[in-house]
Write a protein that binds this ligand. Structure first.
Ligand code: AMP
Length: 190
């Protein structure tokens, strides 16, 4: 199985590139942000709890996202593999993901990070906010909170995979196809 963690700050291009990777390698794309937004759209209790934190740009509790991923792994027993987008975002989530992978007799193949500067991220997110309808993309303070959450809780997750020798990074600035080509080279070398 090919199980990839696509990593990077908000606005790095994880969603765009995940869709292309999913297609090429026939993987199941699991975006915790998308799963949470679908809970909100369905008006579930989980969605209601998550919405306030998401609108503020703060992370939702680990057990919420871990539970959603656990469920998705269980309902897709015959998958070729998974691409995790926006998960894990804390070391506790990374540890839980390793356990879940083990329970399913598989493992994370590697983490690939998209490297993008903070100036570029804020501009990209504000531009996306013009069409995405996402409240967390439409306000500079919320974007700052998201980038701060990334720097304080998420960036360190890279070290978790580095210590397992499973980390690679590619430059996330430039043409979408060029970035995709770099990503596929990194994936093929896993
Ligand atoms: P995203 O679509 O990945 O930018 O996620 C949007 C928001 O959903 C984040 O700002 C968090 O509030 C929440 N979220 C998504 N994934 C996670 C995660 N793995 N852990 C905690 N919160 C998350």
């Amino acid at each position: 199985m090919l199980n990839i963690v696509l990593f990077g700050p908000p606005g790095a291009g994880k969603g765009t590139q995940s869709a292309k990777i999913k297609e090429k390698y026939q993987l199941i794309h699991l975006s915790t942000g998308d799963l949470l937004r679908s809970e909100i759209a369905d008006g579930t209790e989980l969605g209601l709890t998550a919405k306030k934190l998401m609108d503020e740009g703060k992370l939702v509790p680990d057990e919420v996202v871990i539970g959603m991923i656990d469920h998705k792994l269980k309902v897709n027993p015959d998958a070729n593999g998974f691409i995790f987008d926006g998960f894990p975002r804390t070391v506790a989530q990374a540890e839980a993901l390793d356990k879940l992978m083990e329970e399913n007799s598989t493992a994370i193949s590697g983490m690939i990070a998209l490297e993008v500067s903070e100036e570029e991220l804020t501009g990209r997110l504000l531009k996306r906010g013009e069409t995405s309808g996402r409240p967390d993309d439409q306000n500079v303070d919320k974007i700052k909170t998201r980038i701060h959450e990334y720097e304080s809780k998420t960036a360190v997750v890279a070290n978790y995979y580095k210590s397992q020798d499973k980390f690679k990074s590619v430059n996330g600035i430039g043409d979408i196809e060029d970035i995709f080509n770099k990503l596929t080279k990194a994936i093929d070398a896993l």
